[in-house]
Design a protein around this ligand. Structure first.
Ligand code: P1T
Length: 379
């Protein structure tokens, strides 16, 4: 099956009892058993739910993997991956990542004796230099949130394999439409489904996709034991969202390209972070591992005062000032005070995330309206 057809049909089976073409929302907490232990494969909805099962099948298919697991949020999915580890284990991760992931690592799991080492993953040598016997996981986010850094997934996974280290790639910014890390050697792909997969800013959800059966069993055990499962209504909404992922992503990419070029040509705009530019540090790697460059863009103004940035952030009319990304509507965000406020300021500045950085999630509205909105706000 080719890529676009997959988005429409992945996980879809006519309902056996009625023929309903859309997977029903099985809004139930439990299932009646014929006799103790005699059931239809469904015992209790934290462990199994048919709507979730259909979604998990779809997630696996569109990420080119064998097994999918859905969670109640992106951070819940990340939480399950880190719970594969034990006290004393070490994780090498990027020095630019979603603030909530950093908070989970540094404020929750550090307390349980897991050590996180933050490096610039644009250069694989930085990862190699930190590998020790205790290293059990390499956590990769690419493109990164919000600086749009690119890590070479294939180079990292081949290094990890030499040392028996698991690699998990947070593929939220690219979505499965643009990048499939499992085909590049990753062991686990993580998604904040909240974003492009849901696509309509109406669901909080996370996902993991993998190929290895043993890893799937361990992660399924954590999913049901810790209980961060999504409800069936949310699974239904994401099944619906996935059916249009390809058409939405095509427009996100087209609009992203137009907005990035507009920003770069604007006399008041300073640095624009978008991997589609040929002079972006990660452009060649992005071209190799992604199908296009997506709709996420960050930028700074030449006047880099926080006050000026705040004025722009409050002046857009179509771009709404909000956290999150990947929905059909365009959003504008101030990482330093919003999505990345949980990272200590000195850490942020050291890694290039300035107080005046502005992040855009370019939606699928008319390009001209988006550019005009940014023009009036910047002017
Ligand atoms: O919000 P949640 O579904 O729990 O997903 C967390 C998450 C994980 N990984 C990446 C790359 C993310 O961007 C996110 C969530 N990010 C935002 C809410 C944001 O505005 O950046």
């Amino acid at each position: 099956m080719k890529q676009n057809t997959k988005y429409i049909h992945a996980g879809s089976h006519p309902d056996p009892s009625t023929g309903a073409i859309m997977t029903p929302i099985y809004q139930t907490s439990t299932y009646v058993q014929e006799a103790p232990g005699v059931n239809k494969g469904f015992e209790y909805a934290r462990s199994q739910n048919p709507t979730r099962q259909a979604l998990e099948e779809a997630l696996a298919i569109i990420e080119e993997g064998r097994y999918g697991l859905a969670f109640s949020s992106g951070v819940a999915a990340t939480d399950a991956v880190i719970k594969l580890l034990s006290p004393g284990d070490e994780v090498i991760c990027g020095n630019d990542m979603y603030g909530g992931t950093y908070r989970l690592f540094s404020k929750v799991f550090e307390r349980f004796g897991i050590k996180f080492i933050y490096v610039n993953q644009q250069d694989v040598a930085n990862i190699k230099a930190e590998i020790r016997p205790a290293t059990k996981l390499i956590w990769v986010e690419t493109p990164t949130n919000p600086l749009m850094n690119i890590a070479d997934i294939e180079a990292i996974t081949s290094l990890a394999k030499q040392h028996n280290i698991i690699t998990c790639v947070d593929n939220t910014f690219a979505s499965p439409y643009l990048q499939n890390p499992l085909t590049l050697g990753a062991d686990i792909v993580m998604h904040s489904v909240t974003k492009y997969l849901g696509g309509h800013s109406d669901v909080i959800q996370g996902a993991l996709v993998m190929n290895d059966k043993d890893l799937r069993e361990k992660l399924y055990f954590l999913q049901k034991s810790c209980g961060a499962v999504p409800g069936p209504m949310d699974c239904f909404l994401v099944l619906r969202g996935i059916k249009t992922l390809h058409v939405r992503m095509q427009r996100h990419c087209e609009n992203g390209r137009a907005v990035a070029h507009f920003l770069r040509s604007h006399p008041k705009v300073g640095k624009v972070y978008w991997p589609g530019f040929e002079d972006h540090q990660g452009h060649d790697v992005a071209k190799k591992q992604m199908r296009d460059f997506g709709g996420m863009i960050s930028f700074e103004l030449k006047d880099d005062s926080v006050e000026t940035a705040r004025k722009v952030l409050s002046s857009t009319k179509i771009f709404s000032l909000a956290e999150s990304l990947g929905g059909v509507e365009s959003l504008i965000n101030h990482p330093a005070s919003m999505t990345h406020a949980s990272i200590p300021r000195e850490e942020r500045i050291k890694n290039g995330l300035s107080d005046s950085l502005i992040r855009l999630s370019v939606g699928i509205e008319d390009q001209e309206d988006l550019i005009e909105d940014l023009r009036q706000a910047i002017n």
